[in-house]
Design a protein around this ligand. Structure first.
Ligand code: F6P
Length: 272
């Protein structure tokens, strides 16, 4: 065990990742794992927990609270922005900007060499990053788990565009969409005969220098979570919603977060 004091967080504000080394813990999904956690909490006279994570972490925290009544407050931190009832999680703004910067670079080759690029971004269950960067990056198409996708129709659009003189396309695909970038590129080349390349951005989106917004949010939510625990609140998360720090019950926070898929997709197509 390691005790943290205010010096322990010195010099980390500009870093990604976690100095706590927290990660997914399959053991916690078992009864034995949860009992072990409870034992550690009791042995160390821990009065409350602050959980930093996304939907999976909050779901586990909610179950743990229901079973053992340990006071828990959540801080939403996930590049997937998958917490219901709040606008934005810590890290999601950084991840979008990292992916966007890669897409801006890719566009240079796409335009110069007149190619089609398929760029795969993270999001096993969520199209959040894909939709955000497709819009902000001026991309022509986006493929996400939340929306049905018709590849032959897109190929038809590409060929038509090509005949009108449109020379490059960037198609963003979320990793959980069913088809991998390589496979989409292969099929597009086959259907259009145009040169198509696939790029998987992967874990570069999960690290690096946090944006000013992500840092500001982390500091404010950290303070709000401590205040909530001290005030005796539990089984809930703090979050940022409509410009304010709010409190959301875990039971609400873990519900499926609905993206504005249709309106954002429509806007992407208008701009194409
Ligand atoms: O849950 C957040 C997330 O970043 C997903 O978008 C991504 O699919 C996954 O984690 C990657 O996890 P891992 O590093 O374990 O492959």
């Amino acid at each position: 065990m390691k005790l943290f004091d205010h010096r322990s967080v010195s010099g980390i504000i500009n870093q990604g990742g976690t100095v706590l080394k927290t990660a997914r813990c399959p053991e916690f999904q078992t009864q034995e794992g949860q009992e072990r956690a409870l034992e550690t909490i009791k042995k160390n006279s821990i009065e409350g927990l602050i959980i930093i994570g996304g939907n999976g972490s909050f779901t586990a925290a909610h179950e743990f609270y229901k079973k053992y009544k340990v006071s828990i407050v959540g801080i939403p931190a996930s590049i997937d922005n998958d917490i219901n009832g709040i606008d934005v999680t810590i890290g999601s703004d950084t991840a979008i900007n990292t992916a966007l910067s890669a897409i801006d670079n890719i566009r240079d080759t796409a335009t110069s060499m007149e190619r089609i690029f398929i760029v795969e971004v993270m999001g096993r269950k969520s199209g959040f990053i894909a939709l955000s960067v497709a819009l902000a990056g001026g991309c022509e198409e986006v493929i996400i788990p939340e929306r049905k996708f018709d590849l032959p129709a897109v190929c038809h659009e590409i060929v038509e565009g090509n005949l009108r003189g449109k020379i490059s396309w960037i198609i963003v695909v979320a990793e959980g969409s069913g088809l991998k970038a390589e496979e989409i590129a292969r099929q597009i080349t086959e259907m259009t005969t145009l040169e198509t390349r696939a790029i998987v951005l992967g874990h570069i989106q999960r690290g690096g220098r946090p944006s000013a917004f992500s840092r500001d949010l982390a500091l404010r939510l950290g303070q709000a979570a401590v205040d909530c625990l001290l005030a005796g609140k539990k089984d809930m998360a703090v979050g940022f919603f409509c410009g304010k720090i709010v409190e959301v019950d875990f039971a609400v926070a873990i519900q499926e977060k609905k993206l504005e898929v249709d309106s954002l997709y429509k806007l992407i197509k208008i701009l194409t």
